[in-house]
Design a protein around this ligand. Structure first.
Ligand code: ADP
Ligand code: MG
Length: 680
């Protein structure tokens, strides 16, 4: 038996845990000993100091020795169960909300001295203790301090403490998984010592200790190592290296009206290296909105086509696919056959396209999910490009990489910048290229905040912009007026704005049919309308070079990163652009802070970091959907240094091609192994 297996054994194996108790543990999502140990105490109870009834202090949490005398169970809703007791011959009550009578009788038997612990109150002339917890004495009659756990009814603190103690008594000392240098940084504390410490000491007191830090580090390592294993696995697959002349792209770039930025060039170099290598590419390009990722991916496509392979380019929506298709038609020479395949493609055309993908006549196919239907069989797929798929989790990415076959490289693009510490957490299975530099011709987007009552000024400003040939986005949080929420609705707002912009205004929201949505977007793209009122449905990624103003209603409703994303829909051309944030009433201090961050920075990476500091990492941009389990202790903001250290350590292990060795234990314990078995 491996040493770690002890921790994975079921709690049923513990003496004293019967079927019933086990069920109570299941309620707390505790099924094995490791879960049990990770249910960490919320505080420390100094039970050894019982207080005399005359010295009790109202509002304090204290221990009292008392003798239960009489039960009062009123059986009326909202009335608590009450037990009259005596302490040093003086009256004191224990009261219980939401506790079963059986449980109360068990912990407070009549005429038996007990010590209870709880918050002291005073009601109708006597002391009372609300929802008290039972404290027991040790065999030699001494009281011992207990750790306080959040538990369900039926599980007593004493029992939990005893169980934890017995687990500790029997636990094997785990073989160390870290290198000496790493251990030194934590003053050589062992995992066993650490886990004991967090159960015996006041959490607040040890938060900065090596015991606590090491556990956090272990947790991060478990997370990073699994991603690293997946990446290694993907890279291990040998492919035929792609063979192309890196100079071919130059004549194509000359056709563009701009020079590439330094970061774009660097990205192209990194991708070229991957394409030419014998290992499969599995790379993410992370770049802020408007940083010019499309052209980078098209050059990758060009090189792959020149090496004799086909390319599949997938976008999340039809309209974005169409925009990429139009770009590709212009970009590639006529000898490269480009096609568009979406859900809307007519059956005859679809048949023709399917045929030509199969016989290798089509070199690059651009489209939506339709590209990966079973019916579509590629003759010679060499590269899959996926645009704007930040919501793909580890599992989906792995599936995708499997789809293409051994010779197929994968390039994913995302315009959702995340803080550095999170990149490894979320995209650790991929290599990551960052594009931070914005194209030179970009003017800064000016960000303003306005009160709703000053909407006249906003309309005036928009009219002026329109007279200069520019277009306006107008974003509302709701589709239709709501009786519950006092927010602007797109439908109402477009009616209101019609008074000012006449028939030059369009409306788009999630309940419109796809067809209708696309028609309106086309009208806007072709400048047939000046103002587009919408909910947040307009996807990131679509290029509206003439849109110079975005008005965002009820701006306090959105997170910082989302506001930055919305703002990124303007400012893609070379005109000066503005983002106007509208607020209902005067701003709170926190709201002011947020607006100032947006005004001060146009850097999505920085904004997402600030957002995370203000809101906690779980809430930012739906990381919850990313398939990453929430950390128990680690926090990418608070423990940045430990994340950095773990990243370095994992890279080192990768570089030296070390085996997981003792680290395997960590994956097992932290339940990452199930991911390995599933995915790898
Ligand atoms: P994103 O990174 O958000 O996908 P896009 O690739 O759509 O950005 O590029 C946004 C706009 O910037 C497009 O109109 C594109 O043609 C233009 N663009 C890309 N690279 C440059 C550059 N180096 N200089 C000027 N404009 C550029
Ligand atoms: Mg894009």
């Amino acid at each position: 038996m491996q040493d770690y297996e002890y921790f994975l054994s079921s709690i049923n194996n513990i003496k004293g845990i019967g079927k019933k108790t086990a069920q109570l543990f299941t309620k707390k999502k505790i099924s094995n000993l490791f879960d049990l140990l990770w249910h960490i105490p919320v505080s420390k109870i100094e039970t050894s100091k019982t207080v005399n009834i005359d010295d009790l202090q109202i509002g304090k949490t204290q221990s009292v020795k008392l003798c239960p005398k009489k039960y009062n169970f009123p059986r009326i809703r909202n009335l608590p169960n009450r037990v009259n007791c005596l302490a040093s011959e003086k009256k004191i009550d224990c009261i219980f909300f939401n506790s079963y009578e059986g449980y109360i009788k068990k912990i407070l038997p009549i005429d038996k001295d007990v010590i209870v612990y709880g918050k002291i109150g005073f009601y109708k002339g006597k002391y009372q203790i609300t929802n008290p917890k039972l404290v027991s004495e040790t065999e030699d009659g001494d009281l011992k301090d207990l750790s306080n756990y959040s538990l369900t009814d039926g599980l007593t603190i004493t029992k939990y403490n005893n169980i934890i103690e017995s687990v500790f008594k029997n636990m094997p000392i785990l073989n160390e998984w870290h290198r000496k240098e790493i251990l030194n940084k934590f003053n050589n504390v062992s995992w066993n010592e650490c886990i004991k410490k967090i159960h015996s000491d006041d959490l607040e007191k040890i938060k900065n200790s090596n015991y606590f830090k090491r556990l956090i580090f272990d947790e991060i390592m478990a997370n990073f190592l699994i991603s690293s294993e997946i990446r290694k696995k993907i890279k291990k697959v040998k492919k035929k290296e792609k063979n192309f002349d890196i100079k071919t792209k130059d004549s194509y770039i000359k056709k563009l009206k701009f020079d590439l930025t330094g970061d774009q060039k660097k990205a192209i170099e990194e991708i070229n290296k991957d394409l030419k290598s014998k290992n499969r590419m599995f790379r993410l390009i992370q770049g802020d909105v408007g940083s010019g990722k499309t052209i980078v991916s098209m050059i990758a496509a060009l090189n792959v086509i020149k090496s004799g392979y086909q390319v599949a380019f997938m976008a999340p929506t039809e309209i974005l696919a169409k925009q990429h298709y139009n770009f590709a038609l212009n970009f590639f020479d006529k000898d490269i056959n480009v096609e568009l395949l979406t859900g809307k493609t007519e059956p005859a055309k679809r048949k023709n396209i399917t045929e030509n993908i199969k016989n290798n006549k089509i070199k690059i196919i651009i489209g939506t999910h339709a590209l990966f239907q079973k019916k579509i069989i590629y003759k010679n797929l060499g590269l899959i490009i996926i645009d704007e798929q930040h919501k793909f989790g580890v599992r989906q990415r792995k599936e995708l990489s499997d789809k293409g076959g051994a010779n197929c490289d994968v390039l994913v693009m995302s315009a959702t910048p995340i803080p550095r510490t999170m990149i490894m957490t979320i995209y650790g299975d991929m290599d990551v290229t960052l594009i931070k530099e914005k194209p030179k011709n970009r003017k800064e987007i000016k960000t303003y905040s306005k009160l709703e009552s000053k909407i006249d000024e906003v309309i005036k400003f928009c009219k002026k912009e329109i007279s200069l040939g520019n277009q306006i986005f107008w974003v509302c949080p709701l589709i239709e007026k709501s009786t519950k929420l006092d927010h602007q609705s797109a439908v109402e707002k477009s009616k209101f704005l019609k008074k000012y912009f006449k028939d030059k205004i369009g409306l788009i929201h999630g309940s419109l049919e796809k067809e209708k949505k696309n028609d309106v977007l086309d009208l806007f793209l072709n400048k047939k309308i000046d103002v587009l009122v919408s909910t947040t449905v307009i996807e990131v990624g679509i290029d509206f070079p003439n849109a110079s103003v975005i008005v965002i209603e009820n701006a306090n409703k959105y997170g910082l990163s989302q506001l930055h994303q919305l703002r990124g829909r303007v400012g893609r051309g070379s005109t000066e652009s503005s983002c106007i944030l509208i607020f209902k009433s005067n701003l709170s201090e926190n709201a002011k802070k947020r607006i100032n961050i947006l005004k001060a920075s146009n850097d999505g990476f920085e904004i997402s970091e600030q957002d995370m500091i203000l809101r906690g990492y779980g809430d930012v941009l739906g990381f919850k959907q990313s398939g990453i389990k929430k950390f128990k202790l680690a926090d990418p903001i608070l423990h940045k240094d430990l994340f950095d250290m773990a990243e370095k350590e994992v890279r080192k292990i990768e570089l030296n091609n070390e085996k997981l060795g003792e680290y395997y234990k960590l994956l097992k314990l932290y339940d990452r192994a199930s991911i390995i078995n599933d995915i790898i």
